[in-house]
Design a protein around this ligand. Sequence first.
Ligand code: SAH
Length: 347
Amino acid sequence: MEAGDIKSMTLEEISAAMKELGEPAFRGKQVFSWLQRGVGSFDEMTDVSKSLRARLDAAYYIDAPSAARKQASKLDGTVKYLWELGDGSCIETVLMQYRHGNTVCVSSQVGCRMGCAFCASTIGGKVRDLRPAEMLDQVIFTQRDSGLTVSNIVLMGIGEPMDNLDNVLRFLELVNHPLGLNIGMRHISLSTCGVIPGIQRLAELELQLTLSVSLHAPDSETRSKIMPVNRAYDVEELFAACHSYFQKTGRRISFEYAMIDGVNDSDWQADLIVKRLRGMPGHVNLIPLNDVAESPLKPSRRVRQFQSRLESQGVTATVRRSLGGDIDASCGQLRRKAMENGKKGQL
Ligand code: SAH
């Protein structure tokens, strides 16, 4: 029998497994909380009998990533980790220190198959989905390495969460659990490039998390050019899905908008955003484009004008403060570099 991924299991599943092993149900709680604390082996579970530890060890494995690389910004305390997983794949996690708490940016896949023109994460395509434990470990091990308590999570690292939604939902359940890291849904954001069925599924669940939509262009023509996903899920249908999401959940959606010179920074595009948001409280987060060496796209010089154009028409727009500018701290850039240098980025 192949060993099972015990850290991806919910408390209920672990408790049921304990019962099958002839153990009392409360053992499940013990094992679950040890796992959530990041133990590397069953032997560290000191309040579990030796014989049970041996039986667990035969039936399950416990993931533990190793830090292949770590870069700390001298400018603002941002730390970027390149984790090497069991199969040699590498993923990135970023720790950002804000006044309102420490935020961890979590990856959901090894690579990405969405193909956005401005994004470094997608350049080598998707290698595989991350399992729930591999997402959880990004939080646990970042916390452990930095000695800081993580209070917020953004699913904005490498990968498209909606393309791995079952595992992402399970990760959310684990990270939210009172016996685990206990991070409240209101402190979690999930970002999608606009995979409509995923948005609809999330709406049904009515979670208290914040949905972020990577918009980057309000018109079909531009959006299809820079985001291939728009050819499958057109921006007009995307906004319809966002309106339904708001009606169902009452939660305000945040729209990410990387400002690209001469591509999506015209006044008419700001006006179109205003029009599409009518009837829904949206928040537009303008991101100064991060220069990706492989891409011909350049940062816009009209960020402030674009912002005032939105604001003067009643749409809340903020400009994202850029952190970690000295450490390639964005969008798959560190993994990309490691791949070029021949480090196992699963090449
Ligand atoms: N796949 C999801 C999660 C990734 S989130 C999504 O697309 O939302 C990462 C965010 O950074 C997305 O909004 C993405 O569009 C944005 N991004 C990617 N490359 C960027 C770049 N070069 N400059 C600024 N933002 C970028």
